[in-house]
Design a protein around this ligand. Sequence first.
Ligand code: PMP
Length: 285
Amino acid sequence: MSVVFLNQKFIPSEEAKISPMDRGFLFGDGVYEVLPSYDGEIIGFDLHIDRLKTNMSAVGISLSWTHQKWLEICKTLIKKNGFGSLGVYLHVSRGPEPVRSHSYADGIDPTVFVFSFKIPPEQIVCKSQIVPYKVSTSLDLRWSRCQIKATSLLGNVMHLQQGQQNGFNETLLFNDKDELREGSTCNVYIVKNGVVITPPLDNHILPGITRCILLDLLLKDGSIGVEERIISKEEVFSATEVWITSSSKGVIPVVEVDGKLINDGEVGDIWLLAQKIYSAGKKNY
Ligand code: PMP
């Protein structure tokens, strides 16, 4: 039985209940974070809490908990759930109101829900052991505020579900000019002439913490070039490598896009080098 944190208390998951009048339930009116942890060590804790605070203020949810308070909750939850490789999910919804109305009153008490879930063990730095992804592509049909990590994820849910129903691990999303944005649950990269390229951040892309850590580590290491620029769909198909990143998955190579092989279907050398650099450095964040 797992332990969760709901409104200031650690309780068995079976006992966790929220009001159906919670605006998180009725409107998806909330924000969230997922932090990876390995044997109690959380990767990118401050970066995740900074993003949570930025997102709460973007949607006007006031909750002035310190980094220290969030850290204590995360650490206690990880301990109560037996350590190992765990994703820690932090959810802050605007909270319950007596009447359902799109607009909201001031001063509602936010609902804070935290739980943990198993994630794959720390990533393998080995081409033959990593399980690469096969992905599909789609026109991005989500809203224009994807930089906010909002709990209203119906667009992302529909994109991922459609891809998975057709046998793909992920769906890469493009704008109406066929320019790459991100995946339905991840950031995306291509490798061209030995350089790692990823789309620049804007309101259509989540500023991923894994993206932030990976780019910083690659820049500091200096052995692989890094560029943030617009990537065309054609460049994705002709890339020597394609990767995706997220907190719960790490850095995953992609070997097939819409049925077309990337790098003859083999995991690439630049991925292996980047994976070495990421695995060695990520615990410093
Ligand atoms: N983009 C989207 C749409 C996501 O949902 C996620 C996280 N699952 C990411 C990018 C990657 O973000 P992070 O590295 O912070 O997990």
